[in-house]
Every structure is written in C-alpha cells, then in structure tokens.
Ligand binder design. Structure first.
Ligand SMILES: Cc1cc2nc3c(=O)[nH]c(=O)nc-3n(C[C@H](O)[C@H](O)[C@H](O)COP(=O)(O)OP(=O)(O)OC[C@H]3O[C@@H](n4cnc5c(N)ncnc54)[C@H](O)[C@@H]3O)c2cc1C
Length: 507
C-alpha cells in the first residue's frame, strides 16, 4: 500500500526543478511551491519521504524521470490548488493515471514535474437512465470492464491490459472490439477537467467544445481529467475467438500470406477484430482476433475463403466465449481486477509504432523487407537476450468504426485514416544494461525503418521517447497539429502541462 505523508514544510529539492523552457520566472526568496498550497491540505510525497522511490517509479523501469513531488489528491479542490501553485511557480504538471505510459509521461517524462497521481479517483458507475458510464480519471481498464459488466452487462471498447489507466482514452485507446465500436476516445461524451489556470470545468461538444476536442486525443497537454462520461454498449455473450499459427517455409511464403491477409482485411466487416503477430523465431506468425458477429457459422463463412488461400496452419484455436472471457483471453490473465490504489508492478521495455494509411496498403516490397529483417535479425536479437514481438493490428478496412469519416473532426486523435498499426516491442526481464538498451533501440529502429514510407505515422499511446519533440508532434498528430497548437495557445499558453512530447502553443 502507498503511505501518504501530509507535508507542510519546504520542498528541499525545489531548486532542481526544471521550469518550462523559455521561462523567465524567478522564485520569491524563502517561498516555495509547497508553501503556496493551503497548509496541510494536499496529500503529497516529497523526494525526502521514505515511500517516494516506490511512488515515483515508472511502470517501465527503463526510464527514471524524477518528479519534485507526487501529490495524491482525494478531491478536485486538491487538484485545482496543486495546478494553481505549480502555475504560480512555473512548474510543469503531469497527471498520472495508470502509469503505463511507454515513455513515463505520467511522471512528466523528464525530471522536475509536479505529478498529480489520480489513484484515488477510481470510481466507475453506470447510469441506466443515460446508458453512460461515469469513470474517475484514475480508474484502470480491467476494473472498468469488470464493474460495468457486473453493474449492467455493459462494456466499452478499450485495450487489453487491465492495469492501463485513463491516459489510454485521452490519447486514443485501441482494443480488439474497436473496429466494431471505435476507439475508447470515441466513446467520451463529456469530461470534468482541471485546466491550466486551476479551474474545474465541464467540457463537451457544445460547451468548451474546442477544449473537449483537444482533450480527446491529446489530453495530457490540455488538463487533468478528473471524470469521464463514456458511451457504453450492451455486450454480446457470444464472441468467436480465433487463432491460427503459421510456419511459412520461407520469407516469400510469409509475404504471400500477408499480402492475402491484407487484401481480405481491406474489405473485412467491422465485426471482425484482427491482428498478425510474430516474435523472436523469425517468420512464423499468428493470425488471431475476435468476431463480434453472431455465430461461429457466420465467422466460418467470412474467414474460410481467406484460410483457403493461406498455407495450412500449424495450429488452430477456434471457440465461442462471453464478453469477460474474451477480455481475459486478450489480457492473458486470470482476472480483470487490479488494485485501485497502491499498484506497484513494473517491467522494462522499449517499443515503437508505425501507422499506415488506409489509402496506401503496404506494398509487397515493404513486407519482403519486413519478413527478411525478422528472419535475419530476429533470431540473433532473441539470442542476445532481447525477446521481441511485433503485433500488426488491423484498424481500418471495410466499414471499420475507427475510420468512420464522420469522426474526423470529432476529436484530435491523429489517425482516422489507418489501415495497420504495427507495434514493435522488446522487453528485458532483468532490466536493460546500457549496451542492451542501445541494442534494443537499434534493433527496433531498424525494423521500423525497413517498412516505413514517407507519409506513415506513429501511435501516441505507444510513445517513443527517442523521437524529438517536433518529430513526435508530427508523427502522432499529423494534420491535427495546427489546430491543437491554436487550442493550446488559448488554454495553456504558459505550458503548465508540459512534457517532452507535449503540444506547443501556436506562436
Ligand atoms: C502492458 C500494456 C498494454 C497496453 N495495451 C494497449 C492496447 O491494447 N491498446 C492501446 O491502444 N494501448 C495500449 N497500451 C498503451 C496505453 O494505452 C498507454 O501507455 C496509455 O497512455 C497509458 O495510460 P496510463 O494512464 O496507464 O499511463 P500514465 O503514464 O499514467 O498516463 C499516460 C499519459 O496520459 C496522461 N494522463 C493519464 N491520466 C490522465 C487524466 N486523467 N487526465 C489527463 N491526462 C492523463 C499522463 O499525464 C500521461 O501523459 C498498453 C500499454 C501497456 C504498458
């Protein structure tokens, strides 16, 4: 459990806080950020506290940004007061939700942030009148799914890992039911948010609409969302779960198979969730997903024409499961429930992503490069102790709900026009040595490079800290960036919500 110390003294390390770039603010002698907070009113843990190390550790231990303080608010007033004081002292502020950012953004992504840990804001309530779910800004996906199902057999499309928090919908949020219902960000109908001036606001389509638009896709640059209202769906209890493993005899066979899968995917109905994954062993791959249509017979009618064109699978799993069992399968876990406070799990990993356009399917040459790289570099990387995988998730194609053109202007999410989202991932159970770290970055950068074309993008929820600020902004937000910068100028021109890849205000 996290122990909370209520601190009313000085912040000893305040001088080490790095202010927002371009800052010309000077602290008044003798006065500190903590003095600014109403005495004893905001629970917080300072660098000098015994439990600071644990509370300020990222989920991804590869990165170690050091906040100046982690606050543990229990009320929205605590959050407002913290933001107001941070603004006064020109300190950068970061919300921590589930803490699962790939680049430790919940801890500010760089030294010197005031971190507002939202773990006490974890309630989940379904309202049968509106069919909306009211969810705290510090809730986690597994608990949301479990509670909505238990309360009313309702669900929301979202990602697989139960411990992921609300950064996920704030930046997109893809799950295996997303082609059917959309990304998690598409389900947000209203938020309660603390903005850069420390005030608590409601934002929705017809009220603070520009802020609402920006929060839906770039939330960490615009505010601390204390409460979300999500659209929910009556969950199907009969979902076809499938997995086919292939062991192609050559790169050429693997490429042939992928090109056929791509042709099929481009017109696949939205009820089909589909991904292609491969790992450490070269060109063997798995084609798996879930079908949200009605029956296994319907799935077979849809899928058999594709399977007939592919080599015989080395193994097949095909069954029908309920909503919760399907979530558990993709979570690879026995439970969806996660500790609501005091979560303390960690791992070490590096990942990259590549987002391709619906209008530009990957050419054969690109997939030849991809499978050649997997075949030639993959086993070596795995042997050097770099376990790796690539998951290529289908976002677009057919009548996918993710790429619905009507959603284009509804949120700042950068990539409505997506066919595939590649995630390249390495992990090291014992942590990365400096040499291992370099090897991981080089291996994945090479992987990404052999497929990437000019015009491809990257996914902000798989944040890659090796991108420069401008590279990240362009790759994550594409055409939305100009408007995002204008909204940033209006709502947070002093960049209270700053992190290495946050949105810059327009000049
Ligand atoms: C094991 C694992 C599995 C994953 N699976 C998927 C997947 O299936 N699909 C997918 O799309 N992504 C997936 N992700 C990526 C995940 O969506 C992102 O890492 C996400 O941003 C994490 O959110 P968080 O709240 O847990 O992390 P945090 O580090 O707490 O937050 C991430 C960012 O969001 C901000 N933030 C968090 N909460 C709020 C809030 N309430 N208001 C404003 N800003 C906030 C933080 O300041 C930070 O900038 C996975 C990640 C991991 C580690």
């Amino acid at each position: 459990m996290v122990r909370i110390s209520i601190v009313v003294g000085l912040v000893p390390l305040l001088a080490s806080a790095s202010p927002v770039p371009g800052d010309d603010f000077e602290l008044s002698p003798g006065e500190t950020f903590v003095d600014c907070l109403p005495t004893g009113k905001v629970p917080m843990v300072l660098q000098s506290s015994a439990n600071f190390g644990q509370l300020a550790s990222a989920y991804n231990l590869r990165l170690k940004p050091k906040p100046i303080v982690v606050t543990l608010p229990t009320t929205t007033t605590h959050i407002s007061n913290t933001v107001k004081c941070a603004k006064k002292y020109r300190l950068k502020v970061s919300a921590r939700g589930g803490g699962h950012s790939y680049s430790a953004q919940g801890l500010g992504g760089a030294d010197g942030s005031v971190v507002i840990d939202l773990q006490n804001f974890h309630d989940v309530k379904y309202d049968p009148e509106t069919a909306l779910a009211e969810v705290g800004g510090g809730a986690r996906l597994g608990n949301i799914a479990r509670k909505l199902y238990d309360q009313a057999k309702r669900g929301i499309p979202h990602g697989t890992c139960p411990a992921v928090g609300m950064g996920h919908p704030g930046l997109g949020g893809f799950g295996i039911s997303s082609r059917n219902w959309g990304l998690m960000v598409d389900q947000i109908v209203q938020v309660q948010v603390v903005t850069a001036d420390g005030s608590l606001k409601i934002a929705k389509n017809n009220y603070n609409g520009d802020l609402f638009w920006a929060l839906k896709g770039a939330a960490p640059s615009f505010g601390i969302i204390t409460r979300f209202w999500f659209k929910t769906y009556a969950v199907p209890e009969s979902i076809v779960n499938y997995s086919y493993r292939f062991q192609p005899g050559s790169v050429n066979e693997a490429v042939d198979a992928f090109m056929k899968i791509q042709t099929f995917a481009r017109t696949a109905p939205k009820e089909l969730g589909l991904g292609v994954s491969l790992w450490g062993s070269g060109v063997s791959f798995e084609l798996s997903g879930a079908y949200y249509g009605k029956t296994q017979a319907q799935f077979n009618t849809l899928f058999q024409p594709l399977l007939r064109q592919l080599p015989a699978p080395a193994s097949t799993t095909l069954d029908t499961r309920g909503w919760i069992d399907t979530l558990l399968r993709f979570a690879g876990s026995g439970t969806l429930s996660v500790p609501e406070t005091g979560y303390n799990e960690h791992t070490t990993f590096y990942a990259k992503s590549l987002v391709t356009s619906n209008r530009a399917p990957i050419e054969r040459k690109g997939m030849e490069n991809f499978f050649n790289y997997a075949a030639q570099q993959g086993p070596g990387a795995a042997n050097q102790g770099l376990p790796w995988f690539v998951i290529i998730n289908l976002y677009g194609g057919g009548n996918s709900a993710i790429t619905n053109p009507a959603l284009l202007d509804q949120s700042s999410y950068g990539h409505r026009d997506t066919l595939w989202n590649f995630q390249f991932y390495t992990t090291m159970s014992n942590g990365f040595s400096p040499a291992g770290n370099t090897a991981a970055i080089n291996f994945l950068t090479g992987f990404d490079k052999v497929v990437r074309r000019s015009g491809d993008f990257s996914y902000v929820n798989y944040a890659d800290p090796t991108y420069s600020r401008s590279q990240a902004q362009r790759l994550y937000y594409g055409k939305q960036l100009t408007r995002l910068s204008l909204v940033k100028k209006k709502w947070d021109k002093d960049q209270v919500f700053w992190y290495p890849q946050s949105i810059d205000p327009a000049k």
